[in-house]
Design a protein around this ligand. Sequence first.
Ligand SMILES: Nc1ncnc2c1ncn2[C@@H]1O[C@H](COP(=O)(O)OP(=O)(O)OP(=O)(O)O)[C@@H](O)[C@H]1O
Ligand SMILES: [Zn+2]
Ligand SMILES: [Zn+2]
Length: 859
Amino acid sequence: MYINDVNLPPLVVAQSGESYDTRINKNQWVEVLVDCPGIAKEGTTEQKEEEQEEKLYTYRLPAGLEVKPGDILSVPFGRQQVGGIAIRLLAQPPANLAPEKIRDVEDVIHSKFFRESYWQLLERVSHYYYTPFIQVIRTALPPGLLGRSQSRLRLKRENIPNGANEFLSFPAREIIKILQSQADGDYSFKFLRRQIKGFDRAKKQLIQRGWVETYIELPRYSRPQTKPIVTLTVSVPPIDLSKRQREILQVLRRHGGELWLNDFLQICNTTTATLKKLEEQGCIVIQQREILRSENGPTVAADQPKSLNAAQFQALSTIKEVKGYATLLLHGVTGSGKTEIYLQAIAPLLAQGKSALVLVPEIGLTPQLTDRFRARFGNKINVYHSALSGGERYDTWRQMLTGEPQIVIGTRSAVFAPLPNLGLIILDEEHDNSFKQDSPIPTYHARTVAQWRAELENCPLVLGSATPSLESWVRVRVRGSGQGGQEGVNSPPTPHTPSHYLSLPERIHSRPLPTVEIVDMRQELQQGNRSIFSRSLQDALQQLKQQNQQGILFIHRRGHSTFVSCRNCGYVLECPHCDVSLAYHQTEAEGPQILRCHYCNYARSHPRNCPECSSPYLKFFGSGTQRVAQELTKQFPDLRFIRFDSDTTRTKGAHRTLLTQFANGEADLLIGTQMLTKGLDLPQVTLVGVVAADGLLYLSDYRASERAFQTLAQVAGRAGRGEEPGRVIVQTYTPEHPVIEAVQKHDYESFTTTELEQRQALNYPPYGRLILLRLSSVDPMEVQNAAQVIAAALPQQEGLDILGPAPANILRVANRYRWQILLKFAPDALPELPDWEKVRELCPKSVSLTIDIDPINMM
Ligand SMILES: Nc1ncnc2c1ncn2[C@@H]1O[C@H](COP(=O)(O)OP(=O)(O)OP(=O)(O)O)[C@@H](O)[C@H]1O
Ligand SMILES: [Zn+2]
Ligand SMILES: [Zn+2]
């Protein structure tokens, strides 16, 4: 059973006299998030425009009513009373609002629904990422949180003396009478208001006497969505089946024995009638299954804490000793047992009534991780990510607000999960870029927000990785307990952040890291091998089958951008003004072929011959998974493989299905992209092949090396996690590249040292800070003009570099033309940053502007 299914008691708040404070309140107005989808329809015309959007409305506080941010209020809206969340207290009403138009808050329904530190966190995000507060709330709170909630009134029989009715007004007496007619003495405001004239005043009277209490009943989404799913029930098909029927069963088997009915019909190009027939013959069953909740996964067998090795023990002890806020960087090589430390760090917290937040790059990709947590903590686990349906997200929120100690595992946006009594935050694979939101605003990084959150909640933050980001490395290792790298200009100061470095230098059971062989693909070509597989990799693939082992083939398939390199000498075309490779541009199919610098707008035509050796073999790099799969089938017809990329994992649960098939030995090889790098722990994998490392090395952006190293080290780390030693083969045209050398030697530290020197020299993060202005429009001229106007208006000053305006790497995306301006500055120089509201005003309506703070994806 999952927590979401547990019947929850309604959230009750007794309204004691403490809500009524006689002190004079300086803040007499409050901004309220009226969070009821559809409600505006019944409101006035000016509210109509906002129909689908939550909005902040200002209300007056009646004398004596004390309201705090995070309280749930009852406010008049149009002709109704609705629920709303008190967001911010104001000492002045908004200037553009006539005082007589402002209506009074009716009541506090639930005080301290959210903790004060929660609003401080949102304020901080709003401030640092230059995002209007309401926009931050939209990011943090699920829409319609109070949607169909109901205010209800309940009798407190034990408080009502006999014959007391005599002293009450007529409406109050009526209320009591109606409530008493019910066994549970409970009715909605809505009902009572319809029945009784003067209900609202009478209700107050009764509350003050303590004879009734109000509570809010949040809506329930009790009808989980379901969809028909087909499950294979036989391992050997009966002999009387037709050839076609066998084929259909074969398809189902290849998909792990389970497929959504719709997908199945499509894949097999068959009909429901045909499947029904198979069902009658006992080969399959078709049944309804919950969507999404099914991904909570099969019930996992409970497991016990493992006894830790010395390094794990040391790391765990440090985490446990930390009192209050600190950042701990858990730097453990691949397979060193970081997850076990997370589990054991969390266990004692639950016992103390505290909760833990575990942030991971992508939930779907790591069913193993959620399984491990489930195995240890059972139904104390809640999974939270953006793919949840409204109902599921809502249920999870509600579960959090009950105050029960629990563990939330989630992706980026879960950093805003309103967990009660937070005792620990863990960011696993903290180097992963999916923690950063590029758009829409706020363009937040979950690691930065987690840092603030840990500080506000006064709890430790553990950042775990085999390949820590340079930001975290500098923060914890280089500057020690100094100030953080991303701190600066606009961020609230966090002086003397205590930090700790925890190291797990060895794999579990002292298993060796895999050997990494670098194959120079130029030599392969010279020696007559035109295959995309080197002879080394071919041999290794051949052996897999013979030795009954499994392997992984990693293919870096970049999206749209590409780089140009010479097949003969390995030369890569780079910008003469910047330390980045040139990106290949071709806006339209027949348009001119141009190489362009993403940063300074330098451009040149695509040369016919290599500028270095004049060879005509200039090539755009990147063979996608599909091409690799074709080649494999041709060269190794016996090798069974599973493609694991965004094309094959679209359906819900597909990740799990494919990985389970692979783990069960139904294929020899797993071929895939980036998603393979994340947390796969399969002991039988002995071989990892990287088909072309170069695709990672020359992306036109200053982080290319760091990202390439992280990806390659992570994918290499999938090999040799079991008894058998691992072997990694990396194919490249530039074996001398520092990233390749570092990967070969498993040398994070010297790679980092070199990389940091370059960053420092060029004032890039984590030393300097970046702000990227992204502009886009359907009109190519307007966006270019706006970019030029804005760039010209930016203040010229010491310590602030303005790079651009330049067109984005892919100029046109979804019919929008994109331009960028990059601001670079040293945090110590603290230049005057422009007033972003003024900058926004320079943008015509047809051009949209996103201010990306600390951008990571520069595309
Ligand atoms: N103390 C221990 N004793 C025995 N086995 C352990 C211990 N700690 C962890 N393991 C096992 O070792 C394997 C690797 O651990 P885990 O996956 O946690 O490593 P990791 O550091 O998170 O790896 P990666 O960063 O590569 O994903 C797992 O199968 C785990 O169950
Ligand atoms: Zn050349
Ligand atoms: Zn340049």
